[in-house]
Ligand binder design. Structure first.
Ligand code: UFG
Length: 349
């Protein structure tokens, strides 16, 4: 990919960010992490070090502080090959309560990042988007990248707005960008030094289920069992977080392969490109099936109750995998067997 060997990761101490950092470090890149620790722990830095034998450069800062970010780029920009942008808030209910919080964190902060990148000629970016942008109620799954999108809450709106900001940057500011629309990332690094470890009570299914299995939470509330699916609970495409991390590496390779370096002028340019790609696994599971998996592998009871639907949930959310295969030449590697092993290790640690 040329001379630049640094990858800057926003919220690189969070769940997907920290796992992705290990993949790039192990492939020989220097990782710079920018994180405000609002939903992550500094101990993840130590975990990354134990796994990779290298400590990433860490800046504790908010993307809201343009000048702090500018200082980081002032120092490293000439070596930064790529920015991977994870920093975002992601709870639908919270975004409905306080839309401005979401516009600030997700959109305004991203604009700061793009401005600073543009100023310092760092113009390759991978953005952490979401499968929730599809118009799932009116589409027939699996969803393709060209399918219609829809937003019914500020969180989803922010993902769509940022995808469009990136499209503009590619058209008008010589950026190259890939937006990865993840389906449902779960589990952890095989070392079990990194795990999904939110600072607040988890809202996603898997971390919640595992806390129930560990008796840290009394029971799971299943958000309704009368959807139009076989057992009445929602179906999702669950993907191992290390497969998500690997997908970023494939996306980076795709971007780097397009770069032309002119050694004499030190030009660092590629034909601008913008791509959106589903990151999927093809292991469809319903909520009740996930309960059964966790119950079997942990050998623990999982008490649950059926409660009302959660706003924003759709019956089925599944990805069409073809584009990721063609564009990024990738498929998910970790199987359900790996999932099971992961859950066992987590419960017993
Ligand atoms: N669920 C429950 N009880 C819970 C939590 C979840 O029944 O306590 C159900 C949900 O109703 C849903 C399924 O489990 O049917 C999965 O829910 P998650 O919250 O784990 O995941 P979502 O599919 O709702 O969406 C999540 C994130 C989004 C992200 C998306 C794709 O909330 O931010 O995955 O990555 F965009």
């Amino acid at each position: 990919m040329g001379q630049r060997k640094k990858i800057l990761i926003t919220w690189g101490l969070g769940y997907i960010g920290s796992h992705t950092a290990t993949v790039f470090i192990e492939a020989g890149y220097d990782v710079i992490i920018v994180d405000n620790l609002s939903n992550s722990h500094e101990s993840s830095l130590e975990a990354i070090k134990k796994i990779t034998w290298k400590t990433p450069k860490f800046y504790e800062l908010d993307l809201r502080n343009y000048w702090d970010l500018d200082t980081v780029f002032e120092k490293h920009a000439k070596d930064i090959a790529l920015v991977i942008h994870f920093a975002a808030k992601k709870a639908v209910w919270e975004s409905c309560q306080d839309p401005f919080l979401y516009y600030d964190h997700n959109i305004f902060w991203t604009m700061n990042l793009l401005k600073v990148m543009n100023k310092h000629w760092v113009n390759q970016i991978i953005f952490s988007s979401s499968a929730t942008v599809y118009d799932a109620e009116n589409l027939l799954p699996p969803f393709s990248e060209t399918d219609k999108t829809k937003t019914t809450n500020p969180y989803w709106t922010t993902k769509l707005v940022i995808e469009n900001l990136l499209r503009d940057m590619v058209m008008h500011k010589w950026f190259s960008a890939i937006a990865l629309r993840y389906f449902n990332p779960i589990w952890a690094h095989s070392s079990h030094l990194l795990w999904e470890n939110p600072k607040w009570v988890p809202t996603n299914l898997l971390p919640f289920l595992l806390k129930v299995a560990k008796w840290e939470i009394e029971k799971l509330s299943i958000f309704w069992n009368d959807y139009d699916t076989e057992d009445g609970t929602c179906i999702r495409d669950y993907i191992h977080v290390m497969d998500v991390a690997d997908a970023h590496f494939s996306a980076a390779k795709y971007l780097f392969d397009r770069i032309e370096i002119n050694e004499t002028s030190e030009a660092y340019k590629a034909d601008p490109t913008f791509e959106i790609c589903n990151i999927w696994t093809w292991y469809w599971k319903s909520v009740l099936e996930m309960v059964d998996i966790v119950k079997t592998v942990t050998d623990k009871e999982i008490p649950y109750e059926i409660v009302e639907r959660r706003a924003g949930d759709v019956a089925v959310s599944l990805a069409n995998p073809i584009k990721a295969k063609q564009l990024l030449d990738r498929e998910s590697k970790r199987t359900v067997v790996q999932w099971v092993e992961d859950a066992r290790l987590y419960i017993n640690k």
